[in-house]
Design a protein around this ligand. Structure first.
Ligand code: GCU
Length: 670
C-alpha cells in the first residue's frame, strides 16, 4: 500500500533513456555481484552499501543484467589511472565521497571510509532519480558540518513532547531483548541523507535513561545504528547525581559530583565505545543546572566535558530563560552566554535555536551566532511543527532554514559571516518529527522536513527549492509538471503560515500550552513572557514590541550593520517589522497601507494561499496514488479552514484593540 512508509526511498522504476546502467560497456573480472564491483574490504557498512545499490538499481532499472556497471572503491584501493579520482577526497571529512563516470563507462563511487561508500551509494541513487542519468557524472560530496543530529524529544514512556506522529519509535519496554526491525529502516533513512547521530530522549530528561537497565537498551540501539554511521547520544538531567547517585548535591565544582559523572560516562563507554555524548538543557524552564549552585553554564558544561573526555561531545543548549517581566525574554540567552565565550572546553558545543524566542513561524536569526567566535556552535531547528500547525498544516521548512543559514550576522573580518559559517566546527540539530505513525512524520509532506534537515546539514549551501524538488521526485513522481507545481506549493507554504498566524513580525500568538490555534488575547498566564499579549503589545496606541534603543534594545545584541538594517521602520524588512518596532496603527508601511490595513491584508493573503494550495493539489491527482493524494487533500482542507479561524480570531481581537474598522473590502469575521 502507498502509505508513506517507504519515505523518499521508493526507487520507482525509471523509464526512457536511462536504462544504460543495465547495459555496461565493458565486462570486468574480479569479485562482482549484480552490477556492483567492490574494491574495498567487506564490513557491515560496505555490505549495506552494496545491498542498497542492488535494491535501488534492481528497482529503478528492472535490470536482468548481472554485469558490473558500478565500482565501489575505497580510495586506498585505487591505483593506476583510477587513483586520480581520490584527489579531491584527500584529507576531507569522514563520509565524503566522489561519484564519477570512468573512461570505460562504469560509475565509480569512491570514498576514504566505509561510511563514505554508503553515503555515495545513496548519493548515486538520488542522482539517478533526480538528474538526467545519462549525463557524465563527476561529483565531489563533502559534508559541510561534522555533527548532523536528530534530537528526539521522546520520553521513556513513549510519549513525545511536541510530537504529532504517534508515539515514540523507541520501544524501551522491549529493548534490549527485542529490536524492532523499524530501527533498521530508521537508520537507513537517516543514513540516506547523511544524518550521523541521534539524541534518543527528551531534553527535559528523565534520569532513568542513565540507569544500567537503560544503558543496556541503548547499547542494543547503538549496535544496530553503528553500521549506518549513526552514533547515539543522551539528553541528561543535570541533577542526576542526586536522583540516581544518592549524592546531596549536583554542584559541578564538587569533586564527588564530577567523580559520579566520570564513572557514569565510563560505564556508558564500556557498553557503547562510540557513544556520542550528552545533550543538556540546564537552568531553563524549571530544569536543574549549575546556576542552582551559583555556578555558570561553563562550569557545568566543562565538568561534563571532563567526564566524557576525548571520547565524545557535550552539547549545551543556549535555550534559557527565567521568569522576568522586566527583561525581554529574547535577550536572555545572549546575556548569559556571550560573556562565557572562550570559556568552554574543546569538546563542548553550544546549541542555539535558529531564533531567540522559540521556533516561531518566523524569527530573526539568534544574535549569539557570530557573537561567540571562540565557542563551537550548533544550530538547532525544529522539524516537528509545534508552532506551525502540527502535522496537519503543510509547511515546508527548507525555506525557513535556508533563510537562517544564509543570514549574514554582520560579524567576522569583512562584516560578512553567515550563520552557516558560524557552525562549521559544530553542526546542526533537528528536533525530530519522527514517530510510530506508518508515514513516520504524521503527514506525507512533513517527511520533507526530515529530508530537508539532513540535506542542509550535509550541504548548507543547497537551495530549499532544489531540495524540495529532489524530495518530491523520489517521494511522489518525476513528472515535470507535477514537480513544478509541488515545488511551488512547498516554496510558498511556510510564508502562508506566517501570514495567517503571525504576519509582519508578530510572534508567539498561539493558544496556551499546546500552541495550536490562535490566542493573541491571552494575557493572564502566571509567567508574563508566556502571554501572547505580552508579545503583540496591541492597544489603542499601536502594535508591536519595541526592541530598539527606546525599548528593550534587543537590537543592540546584533552587529551594528545588522542592527541598523532593522532600526528604521520605514525602510527595514517588513517581515520583522513588529518584532522590532511598536508602531501606531496608522503608520504607513512600504505598500502605502497603514499597519492595520497591511496586517489584515497579510492575514487574507495567507488564507488565500491555502485555497490556492488546495486547487494546485487537486490538479495533481493524476500523478499521485489515490491514498496519498487523499491524505494530503484532507489535510489541506483542514488547513484552509483553520487559516480562516486564525485570520478571523486575530483580526477580531486586533480590531478591538485598535478600535479600528475593517479596511474597505475586507470580510468581517463571523
Ligand atoms: C519549547 C517547547 C518545550 C520544550 C522547549 C525546549 O518551549 O514548547 O516543549 O521543552 O521548547 O526547547 O526546551
Amino acid at each position: 500500500a502507498e502509505d508513506g512508509y517507504d519515505l523518499w526511498l521508493r526507487y520507482q522504476p525509471l523509464s526512457g533513456a536511462s536504462q544504460s546502467l543495465c547495459d555496461p560497456a565493458v565486462d570486468l573480472s574480479g569479485p562482482v555481484a549484480q552490477g556492483v564491483q567492490l574494491q574495498a574490504q567487506r564490513s557491515a557498512t560496505v555490505d549495506i552499501a552494496v545491498a542498497e545499490l542492488h535494491r535501488g538499481l534492481a528497482s529503478l532499472f528492472r535490470c536482468e543484467s548481472q554485469k558490473p556497471t558500478i565500482l565501489l572503491a575505497r580510495t586506498d584501493q585505487l591505483s593506476g589511472k583510477e587513483a586520480q579520482f581520490s584527489e579531491g577526497l584527500r584529507g576531507q571529512m569522514a563520509g565524503s565521497y566522489r561519484l564519477a563516470t570512468m573512461a570505460d563507462g562504469r560509475i565509480l563511487i569512491a570514498a576514504n571510509d566505509d561510511i563514505g561508500l554508503l553515503y555515495g551509494s545513496f548519493g548515486l541513487l538520488r542522482h539517478l532519480q533526480t538528474d538526467s542519468a545519462n549525463q557524465k557524472l563527476d561529483q565531489l560530496a563533502i559534508p559541510a558540518l561534522p555533527l548532523r543530529l536528530l534530537n528526539h524529544w521522546d520520553n521513556p514512556d513513549r510519549g513525545v513532547e511536541r510530537g504529532y506522529s504517534g508515539e515514540s519509535i523507541f520501544d524501551w519496554w522491549h529493548l534490549p531483548d527485542h529490536l524492532d526491525p523499524r530501527m533498521i529502516d530508521y537508520a537507513r533513512a537517516n543514513a540516506s541523507i547523511g544524518i550521523n547521530g541521534t539524541v534518543v530522549n527528551n531534553v527535559n530528561a528523565s534520569p532513568i535513561m542513565l540507569t544500567p537497565r537503560y544503558i543496556a537498551k541503548l547499547q542494543r540501539l547503538a549496535d544496530a545504528f553503528r553500521p549506518y554511521g549513526i552514533r547515539v547520544y543522551l539528553s541528561v538531567r543535570f541533577s542526576s547525581p542526586r536522583e540516581l547517585g544518592g549524592l546531596d548535591s549536583a554542584d559541578p565544582l564538587d569533586p564527588k559530583v564530577a567523580a559520579w559523572w566520570k564513572s557514569k560516562a565510563d560505564e556508558i563507554y564500556a557498553a557503547i565505545p562510540d557513544f556520542g555524548g550528552f545533550l543538556v538543557k540546564a537552568n531553563s524552564e524549571g530544569q536543574p543546572g549549575p546556576q542552582d549552585y551559583g555556578r555558570t553554564h561553563a562550569d557545568g558544561a566543562n565538568m561534563l566535558a571532563t567526564a566524557i573526555g576525548d571520547r565524545g561531545t557535550v552539547i549545551w543548549r543556549a535555550f534559557v530563560y527565567q521568569s522576568s517581566a522586566e527583561t525581554d525574554r529574547v535577550k536572555l540567552a545572549y546575556e548569559e552566554f556571550k560573556p562565557l565565550d572562550g570559556k568552554f572546553a574543546d569538546n563542548v558545543i553550544l546549541q542555539v535555536k535558529n531564533g531567540p524566542l522559540d521556533f516561531q513561524p518566523r524569527e530573526p536569526f539568534h544574535p549569539l551566532f557570530g557573537a561567540m567566535p571562540h565557542t563551537r556552535m550548533m544550530l538547532e531547528v525544529q522539524q516537528t511543527k509545534e508552532y506551525l500547525g502540527f502535522a496537519t498544516h503543510l509547511a515546508y521548512l527548507g525555506t525557513m532554514w535556508t533563510e537562517v543559514l544564509d543570514a549574514n550576522t554582520g560579524h567576522g573580518k569583512n562584516g560578512h559571516l553567515t550563520v552557516a559559517d558560524t557552525i562549521v566546527s559544530g553542526g546542526m540539530a533537528g528536533v525530530s518529527n519522527i514517530g510510530s505513525d506508518r508515514n513516520w512524520s504524521g503527514s506525507h509532506f512533513d517527511q520533507a522536513n526530515w529530508y530537508a534537515f539532513g540535506r542542509l546539514a550535509w550541504d548548507t549551501s543547497l537551495s530549499a527549492d532544489a531540495i524540495a524538488r529532489e524530495w518530491a521526485a523520489q517521494t511522489f513522481s518525476r513528472n515535470p509538471q507535477f514537480l513544478n507545481v509541488t515545488v511551488k506549493m512547498m516554496h510558498d507554504s511556510r510564508q502562508a503560515v506566517v501570514d495567517y498566524m503571525t504576519p509582519l513580525g508578530l510572534a508567539h500568538q498561539m493558544a496556551t500550552g499546546h500552541h495550536y490555534g490562535p490566542g493573541p488575547w491571552v494575557n493572564d498566564l502566571e509567567r508574563p513572557e508566556w502571554n501572547p499579549a505580552y508579545y503583540n503589545r496591541a492597544d489603542k496606541s499601536g502594535i508591536g514590541f519595541d526592541r530598539t534603543k527606546n525599548g528593550s534594545d534587543a537590537l543592540g545584541q546584533y552587529a551594528p550593520s545588522v542592527a541598523s538594517g532593522w532600526s528604521d521602520p520605514h525602510t527595514m524588512d517588513e517581515d520583522y517589522l513588529l518584532w522590532f518596532q511598536h508602531l501606531p496603527w496608522n503608520f504607513r508601511t512600504q505598500s502605502g497601507r497603514t499597519v492595520w490595513e497591511e496586517l489584515v491584508a497579510r492575514y487574507d493573503r495567507g488564507v488565500a494561499k491555502t485555497h490556492e494550495m488546495q486547487r494546485e493539489w487537486a490538479a495533481l491527482a493524476p500523478y499521485v496514488d489515490a491514498q496519498r493524494y487523499q491524505d494530503v487533500a484532507d489535510d489541506l482542507k483542514v488547513q484552509a479552514r483553520e487559516a480562516q479561524w486564525w485570520r478571523d480570531a486575530s483580526v477580531s481581537y486586533f480590531a478591538s484593540r485598535c478600535e479600528c474598522d475593517l479596511p474597505a473590502g475586507a470580510t468581517a469575521p463571523p
